[in-house]
Design a protein around this ligand. Sequence first.
Ligand code: 5GP
Length: 175
Amino acid sequence: MDSHIERILFTAEEVAQRVRELGAEISRDYAGKTPLVVGVLKGAVVFLADLVRVLDIPVEMDFIGAASYRNSTESSREVEVYLCPQVKGRDVLIVEDIVDTGWTLARLRKFLLEQGAASVRVCALLDKPSRRETPVEVEYCGFEIPDCFVVGYGLDYAQRYRNLPFIGVIGKTEE
Ligand code: 5GP
């Protein structure tokens, strides 16, 4: 185990089981449709790769890129979309690694509807509801977690740990 990981929150097996359950739910809800599954770069890449392989409906895959920063009043976050696929008329399923304050997903959902998406739903692997600053609907949620900083399964700390097969809580590092 990596020395900076304090504890494992969800093992690879626990994540895989939950991803299968989410896949079954999504496949049922989108039966007869071909949704555009849009992963939020970069954290959702690992989750998206596993999720699409347990869906038994036809899907298309693409990615969206967003950078967020506090605005001058510190009361909300600005979210700049730097990469967005063509979504006009599509049923879009946003796939996100984790919902924290909610600003990113709230902005992305609004942005995709403005771009002409026929529908937008959200699938997030993790959710920290106690950190929410703005309401955002998460139709498919893997696990609710307490307020701690997690890494692994796509999630990073300073671009590291994304390749860990489990989700762990990170402790203090010297870096
Ligand atoms: P929000 O806009 O909801 O505050 O931010 C969501 C983004 O914050 C996630 O996509 C992720 O990049 C980052 N984030 C929030 N909490 C964590 C965490 O515990 N670990 C990691 N690695 N990233 C997090």
